[in-house]
Design a protein around this ligand. Structure first.
Ligand code: ATP
Ligand code: MG
Length: 412
């Protein structure tokens, strides 16, 4: 038999990993709840069109990273690479337009066929929020604040910078696009191959290029600010004022365009220098055209997604596992009674580890390793007397306790 490994770029989540994972999700869910986002989920697969139509055929995700296949019925389906498209699809399929503003929080696995490396996997997990139906900058401010608050609740406040930009409305974007095409066409010979393709299909993405030659050209490219119309400028000013008013610091990054087609106005990324090349921790923006593009009503939206693995790498401390009580029955009769006592303690809310086998010394060592608060020892003598010996594993003190007093004694 071969020694099987997980599929490349995918990881097992063992109990300690999962404890860290849960800490991130639970903290995020609790904070998001205070902003009115309630937990929801969509299937991990959608018909491929949902992603192709929303993110754009030329985006990196759609053109190179999706896990797409035909199912047995011939339907073209894709494992979700991100959360927004599915949530917007759910909003439309469930006919929720009368429930706006619609606010949801999600957490779950995402799949992208990328080169695996630190902080970059083929199955990874995201938390995220979406807010559909609010046109005003208040939505942008609150959605960004939710992200900032979650990061600080996870203890990451000092490790992270909020980078902020605007892509303007569709009109501003079209004018800017023309200016960019003119500029980059003049330097087409110096562009990377990828960016020459982008120049035809989506020139804004050149601003996002990681290629050094492209980056040098981007430095002198036309600036978005010079092409924003009045509405876009005042919208962005209100977003900035709001963030300043609630004390969320940010830096302006005029080249922050984000990789997907559906963004308009506000775009943002929370970044860190602590994770090497994988510096983006939480990212999102406003997507005013998306609901309509997916066949729904004309409603604006805004949201973000954040990689849980990257959050786990930054949040240094794993929360402690709950401390159990170690039950140690010695002998067959004691074992039978031990099962009953363990059950009573669990019903009373305690964590109970059963010391299955080995001599008393070995089982006490295991209890220590499990970080147990108490060992509850039940030998033949105790059984005859209707008591157990409770040893406090911190102080070493021990005491006999009657069976029916055990739960009250340990929960006191
Ligand atoms: P990157 O520039 O790192 O590829 P992205 O722009 O593709 O990020 P988004 O689509 O905005 O990322 O996803 C939001 C967040 O999800 C990222 O900021 C990151 O924290 C996380 N993320 C994205 N791709 C991966 C991956 N392959 N493995 C782990 N986390 C990821
Ligand atoms: Mg990516």
């Amino acid at each position: 038999m071969p020694a099987y490994q997980p599929v490349r770029g995918m990881q097992d989540m063992l109990p300690e990993d999962y404890r860290r994972f849960r800490h991130v999700v639970d903290t995020a869910r609790a904070v998001a709840g205070r902003y009115g986002f309630e937990h929801a989920d969509t299937p991990i697969m959608e018909v491929t069109d949902v992603f192709a139509r929303s993110m754009g055929e030329t985006s990196d995700v759609v053109s190179k990273e999706m896990y797409s296949f035909e199912d047995r019925g011939g339907e073209n389906v894709t494992l979700r690479p991100e959360g927004t498209a599915g949530m917007v699809r759910a909003f439309i399929s469930n006919g929720l337009q009368n429930q706006v503003p619609w606010k949801v929080f999600y957490a779950g696995p995402m799949f992208r066929y990328e080169r695996p490396q630190k902080g970059r996997y083929r199955q990874f997990h995201q938390i995220g929020v979406e807010l559909i139906g609010v046109e005003t900058p208040v939505a942008d401010i609150e959605v960004i604040a939710t992200g900032a608050h979650i990061l600080s609740a996870l203890g990451l406040g000092d490790k992270i910078t909020l980078e902020l930009n605007t892509l303007g409305d569709l009109e501003s974007r079209a004018t800017y696009r023309e200016a960019l095409v003119a500029y980059f066409t003049g330097h087409a010979d110096k562009l990377s191959e990828d960016s020459r393709v982008r120049l035809q299909r989506n020139p804004l993405r050149i601003l996002d290029s990681k290629d050094e030659g492209d980056k040098a050209l981007v430095v002198n490219a036309p600036r978005f600010d010079d092409y924003l119309n009045e509405y876009s400028l005042s919208f962005f000013a209100r977003v900035r004022e709001g963030l300043e008013a609630i004390g969320v610091p940010y830096v302006r990054n005029q080249t922050l365009v984000r990789g997907l087609d559906y963004y308009t106005h506000t775009t943002f990324e929370f970044t860190t220098t602590a994770l090497g090349a994988q510096g983006t921790v939480l990212a999102g923006g406003r997507y005013d055209g998306l609901v309509e593009q997916l066949g729904g009503p004309r409603l604006p939206g805004i949201g973000w997604g954040s990689g849980i693995e990257r959050l786990m790498m930054l949040a240094d401390q794993a929360p402690a596992a709950p401390r159990p009580v170690a039950l140690i029955p010695l002998g067959e009769a004691a074992e039978r009674k031990g099962l009953v006592l363990a059950e009573q303690l669990r019903r009373a809310g305690l964590y109970v580890e059963m010391g299955y086998s080995g001599n008393l010394k070995r089982r006490l060592q295991r209890a220590d390793k499990q970080n147990a608060t108490h060992a509850v020892i039940l030998g033949e003598d105790e059984l005859a007397k209707g008591v157990v010996t409770v040893r406090d594993l911190t102080s070493g003190e021990q005491q006999e306790v009657a069976f029916d007093q055990l739960a009250p004694r340990l929960t006191a």
